[in-house]
Design a protein around this ligand. Sequence first.
Ligand code: GTP
Ligand code: MG
Length: 370
Amino acid sequence: PETITVQELANRMAEKGADLVKALFKMGMAVTVNQTIDQDTAELLITEFGHNVKRVSESDIDLSLDTAEDSPEALEPRAPVVTIMGHVDHGKTSLLDALRGTGVASGEAGGITQHIGAYQVTLKDKSKITFLDTPGHEAFSEMRARGADVTDIVILVVAADDGLMPQTIEAINHTKAANVPMIVAINKVDKEDANPQRVRERLLEHEVIVEEMSGDVQDVEVSALKKTGLDELVEKIQLQAELLELKANPNRDAEGIVIEAKLDKGRGPVATVLVNRGTLRVGDVFVVGAESGKVRALIDDKGRQVKEAGPSVPVEVLGLSGVPSAGDPLQVVENEARAREVAEYRQSVLLQKRTAQAPASLESMFSALK
Ligand code: GTP
Ligand code: MG
């Protein structure tokens, strides 16, 4: 398969490398300007930036989408998106349950999280935090990487009795790769054989230096079971979020990222979407990955139908033409013809990949750039 570095593609498109990296990040890919991307990704990127990708025997359609930056005056504070990561059974879901006052962990098959759960918690002071729960099982590395990519802050849960384990270390690496600040929650401190200090020491080996060790990574001892340390954890999240000055423009067509998607027997294709900016409303027409749709219903994390979802709000979207992939961007567009046009183009790209037809060479593709 043909590849191109992000910088080289940027040069050919006469765009800034950093802008391409940003766009790729929104598409769920954490890459630097010096890394390579494949042809399909390059094509999508060209499309997103409003250039035409011209190919022999393909009609010339304008696929530009409105991805303009928002003006600073349009920005309003938004809730932080916090992803909970860590080794299997270290208590991620239990911790989130304790923060939400619910019991998701006890209802899971075999007590193992199989997907990314997305929830918004309203705190006593009425401020909100969006949490993403990830599975710790070794098979779910991609989900953790995805979680790290869409998040503002990572909470690394380490069980104080078990200490650092393979998925703890992997989560540290995902977090570093995504360049996201981390808060270490040392869990299960109620256990007799808990050794929080040992966790702090072992973290040093992975260049995670917590406050207790005179570093700048916040750490907190918690027990999801006994519900201790939770207020302190929330305070640390809020402190970290304040430093990030998280803002988004709620008054524009929505853009979001698919956290997960499935085909539901009764409801058809359903996608859990985290809105990045703008406000998604019932009736909005959108393109999501290589699918399109019109929002038939929006369902919040408590199973209630809602009319709209703004920045940082996770919401289930009904009314899709098919099941998109996790990590796909969702964008509201002006009408259904436009949505279909973009989706059909993207499907043709995917189809070409699947059928392994001889792809148009990168050279001819880019020489045809507007
Ligand atoms: P995966 O999603 O499968 O990776 O696991 P998880 O990290 O979400 O762990 P989960 O919350 O399912 O908890 C695993 C086990 O640890 C359960 O039996 C919990 O009851 C137990 N547990 C979680 N937190 C604590 C704690 O603070 N103290 C004690 N003693 N047990 C805990
Ligand atoms: Mg879990």
